[in-house]
Design a protein around this ligand. Structure first.
Ligand SMILES: Cc1cc2nc3c(=O)[nH]c(=O)nc-3n(C[C@H](O)[C@H](O)[C@H](O)COP(=O)(O)OP(=O)(O)OC[C@H]3O[C@@H](n4cnc5c(N)ncnc54)[C@H](O)[C@@H]3O)c2cc1C
Length: 399
């Protein structure tokens, strides 16, 4: 089958590996002239690690990444709002903190080995004819027809609008500033730590291990600072010294990492959308990854879900020779898992990022005790691990 993939991000590369390995003739079209990773550090859950293992690139990712044993969140006043340990799910269960460039490198090597082709500098402006899809580039080049086109163009994708599917993709008013910094003291390994005050202040430090091409050798962390987009200009004007002092005011123990901040340009702004699509397919075109179901990153699931989408698509195509039937089967297989995480992300996000007081209070009062109540604690841990499905029960990766 001739398959065109739009976007050489996490979903696009994973789909290329899985589909080329099954013998399909796969070409990935990426808008940038150089394939490069976008965005902050990532926490890969056990579900995403299993997907990477199936893609044959987990060991390569692990050589860069850092193990994460626990998620620990507290208020600035010291009240525990989250304390989830992976080990309670099994002896060797853990998260994997990764710099995006490391995941990108591992997947990119996998794409090269799979025989899939990558065309750079091809920004798809239009998908023409859903029954025999062609890709039309912004500069007028055309490719196709394909037996199947997979749109993996990320949360801010505009191509999905061409599908005959009810959809909406509002941008969250809150985003975050993030920076990758060396962890020279080694004090921030093993745990994703968060400090919050209400739902207006949230700071996170995630260990991401070694960073390809970084000046400093050794382990690094991703630092996250929550903010309203409209405050972005004001934060930049404030300058790095004042911003660093602000963060240190809320989290004095973060000083060893904060001392690595010297320039406001070390921070990048991340924005997120809540992408909702009634269905993800139209004839021979399928949308996967953030383009289909982008969420806020509060639950740390987006990359994991994108990897699983890719493997599930390959599985559906192995079971059905007819493309449209395969895409219908894909939707059926993915819906319970994706519905759970989209709904959960929507519910949890205001508890960490909102101008309202109630959601933050709710989190401060209930999350700590909930994490100590056996049945509920298990739901919280399995939610974190990426293995729950809607309405109830545990999700399993298809063969
Ligand atoms: C601050 C932050 C923290 C996060 N933390 C986590 C985490 O801890 N764990 C986790 O699992 N997830 C996390 N995520 C979510 C994760 O980054 C996304 O879910 C993941 O990147 C989605 O992958 P994707 O391939 O669908 O999209 P992307 O990674 O966005 O890739 C899209 C690709 O398509 C290309 N493209 C776009 N338009 C076109 C076009 N028209 N033509 C050709 N190419 C195009 C882009 O250049 C890009 O290469 C986080 C996100 C943010 C913003």
């Amino acid at each position: 089958m001739r398959i065109g993939i739009i976007g050489c991000g996490i979903a696009g590369q994973a789909a290329a590996i899985a589909l080329a390995r099954d013998g399909h003739d796969v070409t990935v079209f990426e808008r940038f002239a150089e394939a490069r990773p976008l965005g902050a550090g990532l926490l890969l859950q056990p579900s995403g690690q299993l997907a990477l293992e199936r893609l044959g690139v987990l060991d390569a990712a692990k050589r860069w990444g850092a193990p994460v044993q626990r998620l620990y969140g507290r208020t600035t006043g010291g009240r525990t709002v989250m304390d989830l340990r992976y080990a309670k799910l099994g002896k060797d269960v853990q998260g994997l903190g990764l710099h995006r460039a490391a995941l990108f490198q591992a997947l990119h090597d996998g794409v090269t080995a799979s025989g899939a082709k990558v065309v750079l500098g091809f920004e798809v402006a239009k998908i023409k004819d859903m029954r025999a899809p062609h890709l039309i580039a912004r500069d007028g080049r055309a490719e196709g027809p394909f037996d199947l086109v997979v749109d993996c163009a990320g949360a801010h994708d505009t191509l999905r609008k061409a599908l005959d599917a009810r959809q909406d993709d509002p941008v969250y008013p809150w985003g975050c500033l993030w920076a990758i910094l060396p962890d020279r003291t080694g004090a921030f390994g093993q745990e994703l730590r968060q400090v919050c005050e209400g739902a207006q202040i949230m700071i996170g430090i995630l260990p991401v291990g070694r960073v390809p091409g970084a000046e400093a050798e050794g382990d690094h962390v991703a630092l996250f600072w929550s903010l309203l987009h409209k405050q972005y200009g004001a934060q930049r004007t404030l300058g790095i010294d004042k911003l660093r002092a602000r963060i240190e005011h809320y989290w004095p123990q973060a000083k060893p990492v904060l001392e690595e901040l010297h320039d406001i340009n070390q921070f990048t702004l991340a924005t997120y959308r809540d992408v909702r699509m009634k269905n993800w397919r139209d004839k021979r075109v399928l949308v996967i990854g953030d383009a289909a179901h982008g969420t806020s990153p509060q639950l740390g699931q987006g990359a994991n879900l994108a990897l699983i989408d890719a493997l599930t698509l390959a599985s559906a195509l192995r079971r059905n020779t007819d493309v449209e039937m395969a895409l219908a089967a894909y939707e059926k297989m993915r819906r319970p898992h994706l519905r759970y995480y989209q709904t959960a992300s929507r519910r949890v996000t205001p508890m960490f990022q909102s101008h309202k007081r109630m959601p933050g209070w709710f989190r401060d009062i209930f999350f700590g005790p909930m994490a100590k109540t056996p049945g509920i604690a298990r739901i919280m841990r399995t939610t974190l691990a990426g293995v729950r499905k809607y309405p109830l029960g545990l999700w399993k990766l298809p063969d």
